[in-house]
Design a protein around this ligand. Sequence first.
Ligand code: ADP
Ligand code: MG
Length: 681
Amino acid sequence: GKNKKGKESDDVKPDEPEEPVAKGLTDHEKILVGRKKLPVFAYRDEFLEAVAEHQVLIMVGETGSGKTTQTPQYLHEAGYSKLGKIACTQPRRVAAMSVAARVAQEMNVKLGNEVGYSIRFEDCTSPKTIVQYMTDGMLLRSFLTEPDLKSYSCLIIDEAHERTLHTDILFGLVKDIVRFRKDLKLIISSATLDAEKFSSYLDDAPIFMIPGRMFPVDILYCKQPEADYVDAAVVTTLQIHISQDIDSGDILIFLTGQEEIEQCAETLTMRTKGLGARIPELIICPVYANLPADQQARIFMKTPPNSRKVVIATNIAETSLTIDGVCYVIDSGFAKQKSYNPKTSMESLVVTPISQAAANQRSGRAGRTAPGKCFRLFTAWSFKNELEANTIPEIQRTNMGNVVLQLKALGINDLLSFDFMDPPPAECLMRAFENLYALGALNDRGELTKLGRKMAEFPLEPMLSKSVIIAEKYGCVKEVLSMVSMLSIGASVFYRPKDKAVHADTARLNFARGGGGDQISLLRCYTEWEDSGFQTQWCFENYVQSKSMKKARDVREQIAGLCERVELEETSCGVSDFEKVLKAFTAGFFFNVSKLARSGDYTTVKARHTVYIHPSSCMAKDEIPADFLVYFELAFTTKEYMRQVAPIKGEWLTELAPHFYNEADIEEAKKKKLPKARPNK
Ligand code: ADP
Ligand code: MG
C-alpha cells in the first residue's frame, strides 16, 4: 500500500500562543525564527527521511506551508547540493523571481550567487548556484542542452496542480529520466489534493502530507450577477475597509490581468482620497506578470499599524505567492485563460470563469492566519451550476506547436505514444504537425528539417523563430531581431499619461508615419532609441517606457546570441526598406492573416472568422483600410481583436506559404473589391 508520511490533519495541535519574540534580533535572525514557525518545519526530518528512502515523492501541503521556500533549503542542508544543483520549477516567472529573492534572503546570500533563478530571457544564476528556481519552461529547455540533467541532484516540480503545458510535458520527461538516473531525486509538489493522480502516474510514488493550519472562511455570494466585477471589487473593498476593524486583516482581490488591476488600483486610489483623513490609510499593491521587481517587494511588506493593505492580483496569488495577513478575499470568479481551437488554429487569451476548485483555493487564502471572509462576486447558483469542478489542464486547450518542436528536437519522434498524464486531443497534435510542416520545420515524414532544428534553438514560438531565421534570406536580420524583441516583451511600450494624452499620441504617430503598421512602428521606435545611444532622455521625450525598452534590449541581446550559435548573419536593410521586414514576419505569421471583407470588417483568410483591429493599434483609425493584414496575436475581450497589425500584400501568401495558401484564397479578396451593386444576371 501507500506509504503515507506525515500526519493527518486532525492530528494537528491547536495553535500555540505566539511566543514573545525576543527584542534586539537582527532582521536575519527574525527570518530564521519565522522559518521555524512554518508548518513544514515540524516535518523537516520526516521529509528528509522520505527523500532518502524514495527516489520519487509526491508532496502535498496547503499554500503557505513552506513547500517552495523551505524544501529546497532542507535538501541543501542535508547535503544534496554537494551532488548537484537543486532545481525548483514554477509555472510563473514572477513566482520564480520572487521566491528566489526570498530564499536568498533567508540563506543570507546575494541573489544570483548560491540562490538564483532562470526565466526566459533572464538568467540570474552563476557557477556558484546550488538552489535554482526556474520556470517549468526553462527546465524543459535544459533537456535540449543536457538530456540527462546531470548537473542536478534534485528536481522539485512545484505547483504541479496548476497543470501548465510545460509542467505536463516535464512529467513525461522526468518520469523517463528517473529510470536511468537512480541518483536523481524527484519531488512533485502540489497545493491541492489531486496527489493520488500524480502518484499513480509515477508508479505509485509515496505521498508526503504536510498538514496545514486552516481557519474557517465565511463565504458570501452576490444575490445577483455583477455586471462589472472590477467596480464591484472596488465597492466591496471600501465597504470592508470602512466598516471592519482596522486590525482585522488585509484584503486580497482576484482579477484577470494587468489592465483590470491597474484600473482597480486607480479607482481605489481616487475614491480613498475622497474619504477624508479620519479613515485609515489603504495601501494599494497591484501584482501581475510584468510588475517591476521593486514593486513586487511591496506586496510582502508588513502592513504598518493603523493601515490596511489591499493586494490586487491575478491568479498568481491563488497558490504561487503567499501574502501573510490576508483575512478578506474578493473573488471576481474569472481568470485569463488560453484557449485554442484546432479547427481554425486560432489561439487567444479569453477571460473565462474559474473552476470550483480554483474558487475554493482563492477563498482559502483568507483563512491562513485567522478566521476570514471571502466575497464571491458571483451568485451561489452560478458557483453550483456554471463553474466546472476542475480547471482543464492547459495541454488540452492550447497550441502544441512549440512543445512538439522541442520534443522532436529531443529525439522524441512518436508523440502519439508519449506518456502524457492527460493526453492532448489528437486533433491538437495533428494540427501542430500540420502547422510545423507548413512552416517548414518538419518534412512530410514528420521529421525535423534543418530549419526546424534551428528554430528549436530559440526560446520563441515557432512562428517568431521562423521569422528570425528567414530574415537572413531577405537581408534584414537586424531589423527583424529588433521587431521580434519589441513584440516579445509583452508589455506596453508607449506611455500615455492622461494629462499629456495629446502629446503622447503625437509622439506615437511619429513612429507610425511612413506606414508598415504596428510592427514597423515598434521597429522604428527601437531603432531610434538605439540611434540615440539608448538614452533614457530619448524615452521621456518620445513618451516611451524606458523600462520596457531596456527589457527589449536584453531580449534582443539574447536572441542575437542564439543567432550566432546557429550561424545566422546579422544582415541589415535599414528601416526604410520595411517591406522586407514585413515579408520575413509574414513568412512566420502567415497563419495570422485576415482580409478586408465587403462589409468593411476583416475575416481570417482560411477560417473566415470575423476579427477586428485592436483599438490600441496605430492602424485602428486608418481611413483607407489595407486589403490584407498580418497580426501578431488575437485577444478576445468584447470582440476577437487582432493585436499588433501590419498591412501586407496578398501575393506574398502564396509565395511565402505555398503549402498553406492557394490562388483562390487571394483571388476572392480581389473579387470582393468590385463594386457592391452588381447587376443581376
Ligand atoms: P508554499 O510553497 O507551501 O505555498 P511558501 O514556501 O511559498 O509556501 O511560503 C512560505 C512562507 O514564506 C509564506 O508564509 C510567506 O509569507 C513567506 N514568503 C514567501 N515568499 C516571500 C517573499 N518574497 N517575501 C516575504 N515572505 C515570503
Ligand atoms: Mg509554493
